[in-house]
Design a protein around this ligand. Structure first.
Ligand code: MIG
Length: 809
């Protein structure tokens, strides 16, 4: 109780500080503006502008739709040009032109024009075909050379505040910025990025755990993206402090941003993935149902929970072990009383189809009594130190601890290799928590300010490195797992992150509350993460903190049963909330949705592979699929899975009916097969048993019989559920692979395109010869048109040379 009051008190102070800071930070107009262009030097991929004040602006053409602006104030461009976020800096030269006149410099690609006004220096991005302005500077770029913004910098070594301001469109909408406890459309709001441990956060709490400084602007069906790749504490203001401008800035580093031109959001997300990395496929079982608790121990309790799952006929793939599995919170150990023989535990569980994921925190207990991880870290000098050379000693779960300097390549390798311990004990995945990094001594980061990281020899401070700490820890973990078991796909889950995290880890949204308010954030948060390059997302089902109830738990599953990460988790002192805890009425409904998830696995996996390949997430806001439809621009109480399923959950207690917006086209009620015309808002029943789901006319949803766990049986038969559009056509491209190995990267997958059309002779089903070299073995394809009572004649044209069973329901 005392601790709680103290926490409240601290957070009140925190809010007070935050308000003071953000008020001061709002005025970017009074800062030093960059000087006019004095000279222009051309290089193979762009131009470098030297300004009258000796500032330098490098504009680089990376692709016809991707332009980088890199600005340093009052000095030359430093030779080191590095970012932990960037996966690809080696872009093939693309065609571009330069035209200069007395007042401007024009860079043109096939898609974008960059028009630089020389004096004052202003940059406009335009569509190369229509010459329409997509995004324009509202004032020259600024920096705080005079130190006016000292109030922002509690680290004196942080650097100089830099910012860019853009004109705010009257109809412009904003999406992205990764994990924010905020609404979908970020217009007229402002945000801070500084990775923070924020248990029990509610809407408006900012910052929370992650930093993804990437956003999308959308105005009248034309979208662009801006990735401000700067890991210092950063600020984004989407017309919050002024109707005149959007601005973004950071407390140090370069004014370094990438401009992406769509006009489609999907194309921007693809380019963003090309730049910061495509999510590799996690193992297929990561899409299975997961159960966690702070903490299940001893091992008997873990087995009991699994036994209950099986007895209750609820599917389950993964059990999580939270911090109490360790010996005194020492990472890379098991408590010998609670888990005397983890290897045989994981073997027994695996016979039941269940994998085990262990939590791994960054804090290594400061304990020289025989603790290998601490001793090795000290001996090899891999731990973070303060600027005076002292070991940095944060206080976390193990008490006094040390953090690894993950900017050191050898330290990352060492950390990765330590995971051999888990793999040898049959552990299947790693869950990284507390990696903001959280420090009980001071959560704001003040206690860490003079920590120096190697940073490729540049020896930079916490101000630059805090926001990338989790990214590099996840990288060390992922690369370690990949090295130690090259024939298995790593599975990592993280709380904190920086842009690029999708290369190494999936995520969950941290310590939510078991409340309706918290539940209502699920959809804007998952969809926003998807629009920010993080496709594999989820939230503690039922909420983490406090006491839930059956109704809340059911409504929570009615969202999460389609989220990539579906894991029920609860805090130490919270009320139990496994699916059976509130009685059979609720349990039966939860079973129905978990089984539906397992039935939809072929569809979910197909959509997940699309996210891997194209950067377009599975869990989507409607605006992603219908960006020409302004009705979707702030629609955040419905979501889509891929292009085909539209889900409209209930987000309040005692509500059993709601409005649903159906975009253009034909839609089918999943439960009744009733057909609707789109472009309208309808009112539908949503009793606790039923979450409204609509299927897009024109889609084919592949399903299998639900299993106890992924891979319990072969996926045979696969049923193609056909939903015809108004032209009588439907199509899909089923994706399959072995589900566990990285062989899919070398073409070992199978993509089966199926197209259906209603013709004069009947229904034609065209199964094309599959792509890829993966052989799933013999199995049956079934075809159903759920909305048809009967069909008079069916013609199949199996281009794959097999016989298929066709039946109608
Ligand atoms: O300070 O490991 O978000 O999922 O159960 C709390 C204990 C530390 C926070 C995580 C939560 C986890 C808990 N952790």
């Amino acid at each position: 109780m005392k601790a709680k009051t103290l926490k409240k008190f601290i957070s009140v102070i925190g809010i007070g500080l935050f308000v003071a800071v953000s008020v001061a930070a709002q005025d970017v107009t009074s800062l030093e503006k960059i000087g006019p262009v004095a000279s222009v030097q051309r290089f193979d991929k762009g131009v470098t502008l030297t300004c009258a004040d000796n500032s330098h602006v490098q504009i680089t053409v990376l692709a016809p739709d991707l332009i980088r602006v890199r600005t340093v104030f009052n000095k030359s461009l430093p030779p080191r040009d590095h970012s932990w976020a960037i996966a690809n800096s080696d872009w093939p030269t693309t065609k571009w032109n330069l035209r200069e006149d007395a007042s401007s410099i024009l860079i043109t690609t096939d898609e974008v024009e960059v028009l630089v006004n020389r004096s004052p220096l202003l940059i406009d991005f335009r569509d190369a075909r229509t010459h329409a302005i997509i995004n324009a500077d509202q004032q020259p770029m600024v920096n705080d050379a005079k130190g006016l913004r000292k109030d922002l910098q509690f680290d004196p070594q942080a650097g100089i505040f830099v910012a860019a301001a853009k004109k705010l469109g009257f109809d412009e909408h904003f999406y992205g910025l990764g994990e924010k406890a905020a609404r979908l459309d970020k217009r007229r709001s402002s945000f801070v990025n500084w990775n923070s441990d924020t248990p029990g956060y509610t809407e408006g709490k900012d910052p929370i755990y992650q930093t993804i400084p990437f956003y999308l602007g959308l105005q009248k069906n034309i979208a662009y993206g801006i990735f401000f790749d700067n890991s210092y504490k950063s600020y984004f203001d989407f017309g919050h402090s002024s109707q005149q401008r959007v601005w973004f800035g950071a407390e140090g580093g370069e004014l370094n941003y990438y401009f992406f031109y769509g006009p489609s959001i999907k194309k921007i997300l693809g380019r963003y993935a090309d730049l910061t990395g495509h999510m590799p496929l996690p193992p297929l079982w990561a899409l299975g149902n997961q159960q966690s608790r702070w903490s299940y121990y001893p091992e008997k309790m873990v087995e009991e929970v699994v036994r209950q799952y099986r007895e209750h006929d609820l599917p389950l793939d993964v059990m999580h072990l939270d911090i109490d599995y360790m010996k005194g919170y020492r990472v890379f150990t098991f408590d010998a009383d609670r888990f005397p023989d983890p290897k045989s535990l994981t073997e027994r569980l695996s016979r039941d189809g269940v994998k085990v994921v262990t939590i791994v925190d960054p804090g290594v207990k400061k304990d020289s009594e025989n603790y290998h991880a601490f001793n090795q870290g000290v001996e090899k000098n891999y731990f973070q130190r303060r600027s005076n050379g002292d070991l940095f000693v944060p206080r976390v779960w193990p008490g006094d601890s040390a953090f690894v300097d993950y900017t050191l390549p050898e330290a990352r390798k060492w950390w990765g290799d330590l995971h051999r311990f888990y793999l040898d004990n049959g552990i299947s995945g790693i869950w990284n928590d507390m990696n903001e990094p959280s420090d009980f001594i001071d959560q704001t980061g003040k206690n860490q300010m003079d920590v120096v990281s190697y940073d490729e020899g540049e020896k930079t401070t916490h101000a630059k490195n805090r926001n990338v700490f989790a990214l590099l820890m996840a990288r060390a973990t992922y690369e370690g797992l990949e090295r130690l078991k090259p024939d298995r796909r790593p599975y990592v889950i993280t709380r904190a992150a920086y842009a690029g995290i999708q290369r190494y880890s999936t995520m969950w949204t941290g310590d939510t509350n078991s409340t309706w308010e918290s539940l209502a954030l699920n959809i804007p948060m998952f969809t926003t993460l998807g629009l920010s390059g993080e496709p594999f997302v989820g939230s503690d089902v039922g909420g983490f903190i406090g006491r839930g109830n059956g109704e809340l738990l059911v409504r929570s599953y009615q969202i999460s049963f389609l989220a990539p990460f579906c894991r029920n988790h609860k805090e130490l002192s919270g009320y139990d909330q496994e699916p059976w805890r509130f009685g059979t009425y609720y349990e039966d409904i939860i079973r129905k949705y978990l089984k539906l998830r397992y039935a939809l696995l072929p569809f979910l996996y197909t959509t997940l592979e699309e996210a891997h390949r194209t950067g377009v997430p599975l869990f989507r806001p409607l605006v992603l699929n219908y960006q020409d439809d302004p009705n979707t621009y702030n629609l955040e109480d419905q979501f889509m899975i891929g292009d085909d399923l539209l889900v409209a959950p209930i987000l309040k207690s005692d509500v059993v009916r709601r409005l649903v917006y159906l975009p253009r086209g034909t839609w089918y009620d999943y439960w009744t097969n009733k057909q609707y015309q789109g472009n309208q808002t309808i009112s539908v029943d949503a009793p606790l048993e039923t979450v409204p789901i609509f299927v897009r006319g024109g889609s084919i949803i592949p399903t299998i019989a639900p299993m106890k766990y992924v891979g319990e049986k072969a996926s045979d038969p696969i049923t193609f559920n056909i939903y015809l559009d108004s032209n009588g056509t439907a199509a899909t491209a089923l994706y399959e692979d072995d589900g566990v190995s990285p062989a899919y990267k070398d073409g070992k997958y199978r993509r089966t395109k199926v197209a259906v059309r209603r013709g004069v002779e009947g229904i034609m089903i065209d199964i094309q010869a599959a792509d890829g070299s993966y052989n799933p073995g013999e199995r049956t394809f079934k075809f159903q048109i759920p909305s048809y009572e009967h069909v008079s004649k069916i013609v199949t044209a199996p281009g794959d040379g097999r016989a298929h069973q066709v039946e109608w329901k």
